[in-house]
Design a protein around this ligand. Structure first.
Ligand code: ATP
Ligand code: MG
Length: 582
């Protein structure tokens, strides 16, 4: 694929400010995590994500700088400075302490993106609790499963979502406290419930942060569940070192930036890059309570003059579907830098950015487990569309064979692995240490993804271990087939699986959704088959292509190939707790 799309060169002299990462090779060779640590404020070696992201800015030159610009579902705006955030999060920490929450307790959050969620979340971090966010769209069962697995002590939620917690709380003996953020909606409190606004009214707005060291628990995220039962990846306060560093060098944060991350905090991107990276860098960020809508999103960029934007391939594919013209109808000239994560970004998506925004989209790769970006495209480095970019300067990533040897031959396909020990590495899967240990072998952290590296050190995603297709002796990357499919003007999205076959072991089967106004006709299917054979060759082109209405996806927007496969083969669907339900 590397040869199909021209490399996108960069001219850094055209940028308003020189990028923080001016020379990749230079920064990589001189990298020292201790120097990054020294840029943070860690008195006596203590580190707390609340302090690094909020308090250290709230007393200095950034005290009156906007930290959060919040847009409600119905487009009202609220603004909070770093000083405001300090006050609100101190109050929240006192409030949580007043109901008996202590260091190490697991506190769950089930809320839409309202300011109080952010206050309460940082309040929990300040008092040393382990904060565990959930998607607000989860039903009772996924909530119970996660709270149960982590012996959650408290749940912070909203009136609207309370019935889901009520449905399960009697089955959860560890769940002692349910707090209801009732400030924005009328709500009649039951005896056993605690009112957030009442707690806050009584709480002092001055809080001394609990003494947390770099290895104390901070955040727990359940993985997206793309490949199976979600795992509870637990992180420590030291993670903020990686958040800060990647914010500075991958997101290229500059003092004047207005940043917008579209991810929900129920997914790791919504905390690592929707809370910690921007705020540890003292950057203003926009938070939108509302969900996806092409026009809403473009209007949000225009309204707040967003400069740096972080989103996901699933959203980019939806924006593509609504057309570059729709983007062009808006003044998006404030944007200077666009990034994406979560799934492979099809080369078509990278270059579509040039049509829509005059900016290519920068893909980067990481996982819930890695806590922060591991491989990225940088503002100063040419983009090879379809590549995830090169490892973050402090990270040693490699393609390894089954014995753990680095495969140095260009474009050799193997497992993507990372040398353990980076600051944001997860420290356990909660209550599943065995599984955690199994991810560390032969001196590597095994990511479970397959990839290749070209001669210049760019990494190319092949697929998840479980998804790579073996057909008549060829290993086929579903991503490659999907990318070819969506290049066809009628195709919106594609999910590709291997279907068992007596002769070939597996054959490639594709599921596609069509762009608006397109219909499945014999002619179209013939054309699609021809396009795939031309593009991929007969050995890799799908044997079957089926048009479907919607592709099953996780709540973080990832295509669930395992579900496509189970449905195709009539097998049990497995864990579907993270399945998007619309
Ligand atoms: P689960 O582990 O529960 O199956 P998940 O792996 O999707 O779910 P996440 O931690 O949210 O959970 O996602 C990380 C995975 O997403 C990566 O291992 C990779 O497969 C995929 N991914 C993320 N970013 C990229 C990217 N830029 N290119 C390709 N794949 C990506
Ligand atoms: Mg995973």
């Amino acid at each position: 694929m590397a040869t199909d799309y021209a490399e996108i060169a960069k001219d850094v002299s055209a940028l308003k400010a020189p990028p923080n990462l001016a020379d990749y090779a230079d920064l990589r060779s001189s990298w020292n995590w201790d120097e990054i640590w020294a840029e943070l404020d860690t008195p006596d070696g203590l580190v707390n994500q609340g302090h690094e992201c909020i308090d250290r800015h709230a007393t200095g030159a950034r005290a009156n700088k906007l930290a959060m610009i919040w847009q409600s579902q119905d487009l009202a705006v609220e603004e909070y400075t770093f000083a405001d955030l300090k006050r609100e999060t101190d109050r929240a920490a006192n409030a949580l302490r007043s109901v008996g929450i202590e260091k190490g307790d697991r506190v769950f959050f089930l809320s839409d993106r309202i300011p109080e969620l952010y206050f309460a979340f940082f309040g929990a971090l300040k008092l040393g609790a382990l904060a565990a966010p959930l998607f607000s769209a989860f039903g009772p069962e996924p909530i119970a499963e996660r709270v149960g697995r982590a012996d959650g002590k408290a749940m912070v939620t909203t009136p609207k979502l309370l019935s889901k917690v009520d449905a399960i709380r009697d089955d959860l003996p560890s769940l002692e406290t349910v707090i209801i953020m009732d400030g924005r909606e009328e709500h009649e409190l039951a005896d056993r419930d605690i009112s957030w606004s009442a707690l806050i009214a009584d709480a002092s707005d001055d809080f001394e942060i609990e003494k947390t060291g770099s290895e104390d628990w901070s955040v727990m995220h359940f993985t997206s569940g793309t490949t199976g039962l979600p795992k509870g990846a637990a992180h420590v306060h030291n993670t903020v070192v990686s958040h800060y560093a990647t914010g500075k060098y991958v997101m290229d944060f500059q003092e004047e930036d207005i940043y917008w991350c579209t991810a929900d905090p129920g997914w790791v991107t919504g905390t690592s890059y929707g809370m910690f990276a921007p705020w540890s860098n003292g950057v203003t960020q926009v938070i939108d309570e509302g969900g996806f809508g092409a026009r809403r999103w473009y209007e949000t960029i225009t309204r707040f003059k967003v400069t740096v934007w972080y989103t996901a391939p699933t959203a980019i594919r939806l924006l593509m579907r609504s057309g570059a013209d729709t983007a062009r109808e808006h003044d998006l000239s404030s944007l200077r830098y666009v990034m994406s994560v979560g799934e492979p970004l099809n080369p078509e998506g990278v270059v579509w950015g040039l049509d829509a925004f005059d900016l290519p989209i920068h893909d980067n790769w990481w996982q819930t487990e890695t806590g922060a970006i591991m491989i990225a495209n940088y503002p100063s480095m040419p983009i090879r569309p379809g590549s995830m970019g090169r490892p973050f300067p402090g990270i040693h990533a490699a393609i390894i064979d089954d014995e753990g040897n680095e495969m140095t031959e260009p474009m050799a396909e193997g497992q993507l692995a990372v040398r353990p020990g980076w600051p944001s590495m997860f420290r356990t899967y909660w209550n599943d240490q065995e599984r955690y240990d199994s991810r560390f072998q032969m001196g590597w952290y095994l990511t479970g993804d397959k990839a290749k590296r070209d001669a210049d050190g760019y990494f190319w995603f092949v697929g998840r271990d479980d998804d790579v297709i073996n057909t008549a002796g060829h290993l086929v990357s579903p991503f490659e087939v999907e990318s070819a499919l969506i290049e066809h003007e009628a195709v919106a999205e594609a999910g590709v699986i291997g279907k068992p076959d007596d002769l070939a072991m597996e054959v490639v089967k594709a599921f596609v959704t069509l762009n608006e106004g397109r219909e499945e006709t014999r002619e179209l299917m013939r054309d699609l088959n021809r396009h795939c054979r031309e593009r991929l060759g007969p050995a890799v082109a799908p044997r079957e292509i089926q048009v479907i209405e919607i592709l099953p996806k996780t709540r973080s927007g990832k295509i669930m190939r395992r579900l496509l496969k189970a449905r195709e083969l009539g097998l049990p669907e497995g864990d579907t707790s993270t399945l998007e339900d619309d």
